[in-house]
Design a protein around this ligand. Structure first.
Ligand SMILES: Cc1ncc(COP(=O)(O)O)c(CNc2cc3ccccc3n(O)c2=O)c1O
Length: 426
């Protein structure tokens, strides 16, 4: 693949930071190396001497000696060596990327960080960008400052509709347009393939294959933003776009937030070397690297658990959210029947609810929901054109107890009834 058209001028101008390149030598030198090259602080002056992290299973992770030193010190931008190796092994095991020999993995400050830098590598003002709609609000927040021309592709209960994607592209462009540097043909398709935020929808494998073929026809890069990959409620996880990527046109964004901890701020980007390298250079000058403490802690955990132990853990997490989903669906059936409609989420942690008889949920939620002791997110926050009224709202089943979910939906039902009455009076 020729990646030139996917890297904007700002990103193409980024070069390896000399200081960061020196830090690589720190990990490559012989034990006798006298390192006088960079401003790495002396760890003997750090007040922290060790750490012991208690796990729920009764075991502990001890950070001492080399691990506490690594945890408290600068490290390589791409990521803490042992964790990088563990994540690369996991990506190969789970996705068997066809272009593995040209694939890089970069550890980022959550997947949001990687996503933001990947868009900043590609986007120019007013670019066309293809998104499945509704879109994760955090992605809209990254994109909106570019004043993009969104190409929102219609979704149904199985996610993005390939025929709609092809129709949207063919209505304005031909595949040969991608040969012209002057063409405004879109470069990126952004997709949440499993347990999408906010709809909870997962795209079946057959559709992913059709979508991948369309991406080939129009030379698109697929941003596979997949933080709910381990929260798919079907027995088998659907193969990722990365596992279909025979061309090297998928950049995958994974997150540890939903399965290990959101506060440790660790995600990882997996994609072609030519597209991961500019994001790495951006990391070199923005944050230097993701938190060493977080990386060492997770690496020690994965050492203790092994990949098998990690997958046993994520299955437990998946079962928890599947139970939470069941509790919310029961509350919706009990309290919202006749007042709203919804799909059964196939993954993730959200229920996407369409209010009947309320054309726009934003004023109802922002102005009147708190008085009813319930709060959700208005659907407009997830739309590419937030100026339009939207009857949808997003409810998260991640945190609330079963009792509170029931009470919240009871209050929500009352709120909707009062909104319908209010609307009649206007
Ligand atoms: C599709 C998709 N892609 C990327 C991310 C970012 O995950 P991370 O950086 O790896 O932790 C997310 C996280 N989504 C949310 C985060 C959040 C954080 C505080 C408060 C509210 C939040 N709400 O509502 C969210 O949806 C996501 O859903």
């Amino acid at each position: 693949m020729n990646y030139t058209r996917f890297i904007n001028g700002l990103s193409a101008a980024r070069k390896p930071s000399p200081i960061r390149e020196m830090t690589k030598l720190l990990t490559q030198g012989s034990p006798d190396l006298v390192f006088l090259a960079s401003g790495v602080p002396n760890p003997s002056m750090f007040p922290f001497q060790g750490a012991s992290i208690n796990l729920r299973d009764g075991s502990t992770i001890q950070l001492e000696g080399k691990t506490i030193n690594d945890a408290l010190q600068y490290g390589p931008t791409q990521g803490y060596g042992p964790l990088l190796a563990q994540l690369k092994e996991m990506q190969q095991e789970l996705h068997s990327p066809p272009c593995w020999t040209n694939t890089e993995v970069l550890i980022t400050n959550g997947s949001q960080d990687g996503l933001c830098k990947a868009f900043e590598m590609m986007m120019n003002l007013n670019d066309y960008i293809i998104v499945q709609e509704p879109v994760y609000a955090g992605t809209l927040a990254i994109l909106n400052p570019y004043k993009p021309q969104y190409v929102p592709v219609q979704c149904d209960a199985n996610g993005l509709i390939p025929e709609e994607l092809r129709r949207s592209l063919e209505s304005k462009w031909k595949s040969e347009d991608t040969q012209s540097s002057k063409s405004d043909v879109p470069k990126v398709l952004y997709v949440n393939p499993a347990g999408a935020n906010p709809t909870g929808v997962s795209i079946p494998l057959s559709r992913r294959q059709e979508i991948y073929q369309i991406a080939k026809d129009f030379d698109l890069i697929i941003f596979e933003d997949d933080p709910y990959y381990f929260l798919q409620f079907d027995k088998e996880r659907t193969p990722s776009f990365l596992s279909l990527d025979t061309d090297g046109r998928v950049i995958r964004f994974d997150s540890l937030s939903k399965v290990l901890s959101s506060g440790i701020r660790l995600g990882y980007v997996t994609g072609p070397r030519e597209l991961v390298e500019p994001i790495t250079y951006h990391m070199q000058v923005s944050v230097l690297h993701a938190s060493s403490l977080s990386q060492v802690l997770v690496s020690e955990l994965l050492k203790q658990w092994g990949q098998e132990g990690f997958l046993v853990h994520v299955d437990r997490v998946q079962k928890f959210y599947s139970q939470q989903r069941g509790i919310m669906l029961k509350a919706a059936e009990t309290h919202l029947t006749g007042l709203a409609e919804w799909n059964v989420p196939q993954g993730g942690m959200f229920l996407w609810i369409k209010c009947l008889g309320v054309s726009d949920t934003r004023p109802m939620i922002m102005d009147r929901a708190l008085k009813k002791d319930v709060i959700l997110l208005p659907g407009r926050e997830f739309m590419t054109d937030p100026s339009q009224p939207c009857p949808y709202m997003r409810a998260s089943f991640s945190l609330a107890s079963p009792e509170n979910i029931d009470r919240g939906f009871r209050n929500l039902a009352q709120l909707i009834r009062e909104e319908i009455e209010l609307t009649k009076k206007i």
